[in-house]
Design a protein around this ligand. Structure first.
Ligand SMILES: C[S@@+](CC[C@H](N)C(=O)[O-])C[C@H]1O[C@@H](n2cnc3c(N)ncnc32)[C@H](O)[C@@H]1O
Length: 237
């Protein structure tokens, strides 16, 4: 059934799924990434080129980890927005960011961002393009709200490119990881959805093509941790 979900049906499914795992989301991120996710986020923020006092939107911000990294880079004079459509995830982000200045959290759909064009110095999306119903619409929206010359960044799990590594990756991600998550008290469904959603997602080249079609240029792809995770970087003309 999961494979067939599209449009608003997928949005409803994803919203409910993240609502159900929100309390354990941060813990499970550390467990299943073997502690690597913080380093990946730092690298993604570095790629935005955000300066002190700069502005950014973190789309599908979830519990706000990437938003927090952006806010720390922009400092108290910065203007950083974290946007997500899942209330339970946003509640955690509000708690996490309550002592951070220059940051605001908003309930919004990635495909309809409530901001005028050319608002932010950069836009990010972390581990979430896979989850939106229409990837091109979300990238187009991120591009629209970014100022000319600004960067649009996706941080995403794509799995290694190398055929040598792929069997080990499949063993870990589809076999071992869901069991580890279950041992740590996570529900089964979300950690079955996770490898399925990665398997069904675009290749790095296809995602780069979507970036291009949305008007982004100077596309770069940065592979992290044996290519299991990937940063796509594009610049708005
Ligand atoms: C795997 S979490 C990633 C959260 C966060 N970016 C991070 O790096 O940990 C995916 C997030 O995408 C959000 N999401 C999925 N589709 C969305 C959409 N169309 N609009 C806004 N948020 C969306 C979910 O609610 C969830 O919080």
């Amino acid at each position: 059934m999961r494979e067939k979900l599209v449009g608003s049906e997928k949005e409803r499914y994803v919203n409910q799924l993240f609502g159900s795992i929100a309390p354990k989301y941060d813990l499970m991120n550390s467990v299943i990434s073997l502690g690597r996710h913080k380093g990946w986020r730092k690298l993604a923020v570095k790629e935005t080129g955000i300066a002190t006092g700069g502005s950014a939107i973190d789309v599908a911000a979830g519990t706000g980890d990437l938003t927090l990294e952006l806010a720390q880079a922009a400092g108290p004079d910065g203007n950083v927005i974290g946007a997500d459509f899942c209330e339970e995830m946003l509640v955690r982000a509000v708690e996490k960011l309550s002592k951070t200045s220059g940051v605001e959290l908003v309930a919004a759909n990635a495909e309809h961002l409530p901001f005028p064009e050319n608002t932010f110095d950069c836009a990010t999306i972390g581990f979430a393009l896979r989850n939106v119903a229409n990837v091109s619409s979300a990238v187009a929206e991120m591009t629209r709200v970014t100022k000319p010359g600004g960067r649009v960044i996706s941080l995403e799990i794509l799995g290694p490119d190398s055929w040598v590594l792929q069997p080990f990756w499949k063993l870990y991600f589809s076999g071992i990881m869901p069991r580890i998550a279950w041992i740590f008290g996570a529900k089964k469904e979300p950690y079955k959805y996770l490898p399925d959603s990665v398997a069904r997602f675009y290749s790095r080249e296809e995602l780069a093509d979507i970036f291009r079609k949305c008007g982004l240029t100077d596309i770069r792809i940065r592979n992290l941790t044996l290519g299991t995770v990937c940063i796509h970087i594009g610049t708005k003309q």
